[in-house]
Design a protein around this ligand. Structure first.
Ligand SMILES: Cc1cc2nc3c(=O)[nH]c(=O)nc-3n(C[C@H](O)[C@H](O)[C@H](O)COP(=O)(O)OP(=O)(O)OC[C@H]3O[C@@H](n4cnc5c(N)ncnc54)[C@H](O)[C@@H]3O)c2cc1C
Length: 406
């Protein structure tokens, strides 16, 4: 697989799952040069998904979350540098926050994203975001000292934190600016089902709420709207999404938009520099446009594919992204791009969270969602992966019901 001009030093910026997977894949594929894995966080690579799900009920120690045993990096000959921010890229080398300069022949940017903040709610105690392990201790301590908790943003992370806190007995309110939660993740019937699940557990969810103000009043935090509504809380969790971390790429003069622009091989506008994972804006073959996906499995699969391409494999990335969410013990599995759907073919009962559904747009499969039916979900993923245009061929159980998805 190694081409004639084989790189001797490959640097990877970002120790998230994409960076870690890329470094390990390079070695597995037979690359025997230097691999530098450089990350700003103080921890060796770890799993982020449990942070929002197990937030209140379990201690989230790094030892329980790490991706590899501590000795694995050294054993693989991967030079892991944690606690090191890369501040610049120039003349084929990384400039690091500790003053070091690390030359590379090929570079992978796997810089992921950062939690979005609300400018008007910054600088207050007990207002949190959640992206990494470093965010956990203070958020957890505030939740353990009791509610009410106000979650701003009803995306997957916000709803998982809400479910985690509510399941631990806290009084929880969720505010969402959109008319419905999860519009980017799920088709309409599923969005309504998830909303119902939260309300059935006693979580208040208010949609169409645009906050305009924030204050501390009588020891409580207060969020207000322009039309005079207000909510009071002991703790506030801002879960308004992720901002792709393109700063380094932009400063290096690479093409960036809502992510680092890459081709189907993962190469940026500089052929020696690649990008993968949450930060990469890549061409999706089903949608026929560039997309950015913020999902664990996608970050892993994309990084492995791009690492092979850095060694000359030349294989376009075509995998269908898939992920999961866990709320009040209900696990939803989600594949493809469900938000694009105009129709949903459902087997089972959405209300009981025992179903498998194929999402189509203009008659073409674009996504799948399931709960409690892992085999059916796998079959639907196969349909998506094969670009199968006939939903009835999915090996899922009948009867079916077709619903509008938008
Ligand atoms: C709380 C939470 C729960 C989640 N739950 C799920 C789930 O249930 N299912 C699912 O599919 N996905 C889930 N996700 C999303 C999933 O974790 C991400 O898609 C995945 O972690 C992205 O990996 P990544 O390596 O691309 O980016 P990241 O994990 O963001 O890693 C990027 C790394 O790069 C570092 N970095 C950035 N800039 C620099 C620099 N200049 N120098 C050095 N280092 C730098 C960052 O510090 C970071 O460590 C969840 C995410 C969060 C935060």
């Amino acid at each position: 697989m190694l081409e004639a001009a084989t790189p001797r030093i490959i640097a990877v910026v970002g120790t998230g799952v994409a960076g870690a997977t890329a470094a390990l894949t390079l070695r597995q594929e037979g690359f025997d040069g230097r691999i530098l894995l450089v990350g700003e966080e103080p921890h060796a690579p770890y799993r982020r998904p449990p942070l929002s799900k197990d937030l209140v009920k379990r201690a989230l120690a790094h030892e329980r979350l790490r991706l590899q045993p501590p000795t694995a990096w050294q054993e693989q000959g991967i030079e892991l540098r944690t606690g090191t921010k890369v501040t610049g890229i120039a003349d084929g080398a990384l400039q690091c926050s500790d003053g070091s300069r690390l030359p590379y022949d090929r570079l992978l940017l796997a810089t992921g994203g950062r939690a979005r903040v609300l400018s008007y709610a910054t600088g207050y105690d007990r207002v949190h975001t959640l992206r990494g392990l470093g965010d956990v201790p203070a958020l957890r301590a505030d939740l353990q000292s009791g509610g009410p908790l106000l979650v701003i943003g009803a995306g997957l992370v916000g709803l998982e934190v809400a479910a985690s806190a509510r399941s631990a007995g806290l009084d929880v309110t969720v505010l969402e600016a959109d008319a419905e939660p999860l519009r980017r993740a799920l088709p309409a019937p599923l969005r309504r089902a998830v909303l119902g699940l939260h309300r059935a557990h006693g979580t208040r969810v208010h949609t169409g709420v645009t906050l305009t103000g924030f204050a501390r009043r009588d020891g409580m935090l207060e969020a207000t709207t322009g039309d005079g509504r207000s909510w009071h809380a002991h703790t506030v969790m801002v879960a308004t999404g992720v901002r792709p971390d393109v700063e380094l790429a932009a400063r290096a003069g690479l093409d960036v938009g809502d992510g680092i622009l890459v081709d189907a091989l993962g190469a940026t506008s500089d052929p020696r520099i690649f990008a993968a994972g949450d930060v990469a804006l890549y061409p999706d073959p089903v949608l026929g446009r560039h997309v950015r996906v913020e999902q664990w499995n996608h970050a892993q699969q994309h990084a492995a594919a791009v690492a092979r391409n850095m060694l000359g494999a030349g294989t376009p990335f075509t995998a269908v992204p898939w992920s999961w969410t866990d709320q009040y013990g209900v696990m939803l599995q989600i594949a493809g791009h469900c938000a694009e759907a105009d129709s949903l073919t459902v087997q089972g009962d959405i209300g009981d969270f025992d179903f498998a559904a194929l999402a189509t747009a203009n008659g073409h499969p674009v996504g799948a969602v399931a709960a409690g039916r892992p085999h059916d979900f796998r079959a639907l993923r196969t349909v998506l992966e094969q670009g199968n245009n006939s939903p009835s061929q999915a090996a899922v159980r009948t009867p079916q019901a077709t619903q509008a998805a938008g």
